[in-house]
Design a protein around this ligand. Structure first.
Ligand code: ADP
Ligand code: MG
Length: 349
């Protein structure tokens, strides 16, 4: 199948970077998003605004495409499943359904004998009474969370009384890991045992939002290999097609845990645009559109700084970046607190 019209659901910066990568491969991108001001409309070939349950609008979108992918995971399963009946959706909707639910995701990972944080499902207030084993912990909504949204740190069970939590939603309580480091592994899978791994990336978060990423990660070889192996097993087990990111915790005893899986391109992989011959975005498109897999080469070490909220302002006014600095402005209309506005990647030796 030759694909020249790729549909992308979601119009944030990941959609923009996918569109830019597609252009290079002579693939047109049509983006569908429920935000009229979605920044990716500045980068794609065609933009459609519509809600994720607007069947007519979605059909109009699907008709314009040969194949569909998505740039964020919180899309209703029904939407992806209905679309998949008309045109192929990659990664498969069932993968998205599994991963967008924190409990199902962790159960799946544990079945592969891969370590996660200890966790328990919380459905009602009284579930809290017997949880001392999981404290201190973080209470998270089982679905729809990102950038730390829907998360509550919990030291003592009593705190739950005062937090005013809406128990009509499902929650998961995760034991807090005493973090030494966080890393991520990005993998693009093209088919059975056919994949490319980017080397582990070291990540620093502030207020549960990614702030800084760099390669090489300062980790020992065992952790390097184990993280790669686990990412491979997860991608194989899911029969995943496209780019996937696995986020890991490393505790103070050098134990590795999978934190979560992102069934999409990932913020920590922005540095692959400048540090590799083929970026995570280009590879995602190559995989979902069944294009050639090109040998992956790292060109340089790199670090990436997210510009959050008004941190973008001085960079917008700076016209003199050095040769090894690459500034990306997501062209979001409004600067908001905690909003990812852009990033800067610096190639380092
Ligand atoms: P999101 O879906 O918002 O990315 P994560 O579960 O990845 O949610 O949490 C965001 C960040 O919060 C993590 O990268 C980590 O820094 C911190 N965090 C989350 N859960 C834990 C935990 N169980 N132990 C320690 N830190 C955690
Ligand atoms: Mg995360």
């Amino acid at each position: 199948m030759s694909v020249n019209k790729l549909g992308i659901i979601g119009g944030g910066q990941l959609g923009s970077m996918l569109s830019t990568a597609a252009k290079k491969l002579d693939i047109e991108t049509i983006i569908y998003c429920n935000d009229k001001n979605a920044p990716a409309q500045n980068f794609c070939d065609e933009f459609l605004f519509g809600e994720y349950d607007n069947k007519e609008k979605l059909v109009e979108f699907v008709k314009k495409t040969n194949i569909i992918t998505y740039e964020f995971e919180n899309i209703p399963f029904e939407t992806l499943n209905e679309i998949n009946k008309i045109k192929p959706v990659l990664p498969k909707p069932s993968i998205n359904r599994l991963i967008q639910h924190r409990l199902a995701e962790k159960d799946f990972i544990n079945k592969l004998n891969i370590r996660t944080t200890r966790y328990v499902s919380i459905e009602k207030k009284s579930d809290i009474n017997t949880l001392d084993d999981f404290l201190p912990g973080i209470l998270k909504t089982t679905t729809m969370g990102y950038d730390g949204k829907g998360q509550f740190p919990i030291q003592k069970a009593e705190q739950l009384e005062t937090l005013n939590i809406d128990f009509s939603k499902g929650y998961i309580l995760e034991k807090l890991v005493k973090l030494k480091k966080e890393i991520s592994v990005i993998i693009t899978r093209f088919g059975n045992n056919n994949y490319q791994l980017y080397e582990p990336i070291e990540n620093t978060h502030e207020d549960q939002i990614l702030k800084f990423s760099q390669i090489p990660a300062q980790i020992n070889k065992d952790l390097f290999d184990q993280a790669n192996d686990w990412a491979k097993s997860i991608a194989e087990e899911l029969k995943y097609i496209g780019t996937l990111c696995v986020e890991f915790f490393i505790d103070r005893n050098d134990n590795l845990y999978v934190n979560e899986i992102a069934p999409r391109v990932h913020n920590s992989g922005h540095l692959t645009i400048n540090a590799y011959n083929v970026s995570q975005f280009e590879n995602h498109i190559r995989a979902v559109c069944a294009l050639e897999k090109i040998p992956l080469k790292k060109l340089s070490n790199a670090k990436m700084l997210n510009l959050i909220g008004n941190q973008i302002i001085p960079y917008r006014n700076n016209v003199s970046f050095k040769e090894n600095e690459f500034f990306f402005d997501y062209l979001k209309k409004e600067i908001k607190n905690k909003r990812k506005m852009g990033h800067i990647t610096t190639l380092i030796s």
